[in-house]
Write a protein that binds this ligand. Sequence first.
Ligand code: PMP
Length: 290
Amino acid sequence: MKIFLDGRFVDKADAKISVFDHGLLYGDGVFEGIRVYNGRIFRLEQHLDRLFASATAIMLSVPMTHAELVEVCCECCRRNKIANGYIRLVVTRGTGYLGLSPFKCSKPSVFCIADTIELYPDEVYRNGLRLITAATRRVNPAAISPSVKSLNYLNNIMAKIEAIQAGTVEALMLNDQGYVAECTGDNIFIVRGGKLETPPVSAGALNGITRGVVFELAERLNIACREVNLTRYDVMTADECFLTGTAAEIVAVASLDGRAIGSGKPGPITRRLEAEFHKLTRTEGTPIVR
Ligand code: PMP
C-alpha cells in the first residue's frame, strides 16, 4: 500500500508521523472520510470545501491547494488500485514542542490513505440498526463547533464505547439541552407523517455531506424536509428513522433503547432514499482516471 505523506508517496511501513505532531499530542488537525465508487470519487469537491472550512475555523493553513488535493486523492486511488473504497485525508498541525501553542509548529502535515472499506454487517442494512441513547452528551457547540471535522473525536468515542458495551454499533447523542444532535459517526433523520426531519447543525450535528445529499434527494422526490430540534421521544415515536454518513451511506434504524421505531423494519421512505442514493453513487463523482 502506498500512502501520500507530505508531498510524496511512501510505503505503508514508512508512513510515519512524529510523536511531536500536535495532531497526535492534542488532536489538533482536521480530516475527511470520502468514498470512491466505480472509479469515481463521490462529492469530492464538497469534502474538500468542508476540509478547508474546518481548517480555517481552527486557524490551520492547509499547505496545498484544492486542485492539488483533488489530484492527491485520485492518485492515491490509482496507485492502490482502489476503484471502490474509502479515502482518508488528514491535515495535522505538524511537529511542534510539548506546549499547546500551534504557532510553534513548523508546518502542517498532509496525508492521504486509500483503502477498502468495512461496512456495517449486511444484517444491519436488511433489518435496521439498534440504537441506544448515549449518556455522554455532545460537546457544546460554543466550545468547539460540531461543523469542524477535527481529529478530536473523544466525545464520539466515549459514546461509541457505550454503544458497543450495549451490544450495538451506534449511539444517539444528545446535546447539553437534551435535544438530539447526531450519532457517533452519522447524522440522523426521522420520518413523521411522510415528511423528513433532522436536527439543525446548531443542535450539535456535523454538516454531513450525505445529509446534504438527502436534502437534495428529498427536494427532487417532493418529500418535505426540515431542520428542527428533535427529542428522544420524537425518534421513538417516529414512523421511520435512518442514519446518514459517508461510510454508512443510508442505514435504517429499527429501534431506540429497545422501542421499535414504526414497524421496527426499514420503512418505505428510507428504502426509496437508499435506492436513489445508490443511483447517484453509481453515476456521479470525480473520475480517478482522467
Ligand atoms: N457526524 C459525525 C460525527 C461524523 O463523523 C460523520 C462522518 N464523517 C457524519 C456525521 C456524517 O457525515 P458525512 O455524511 O459527511 O460523512
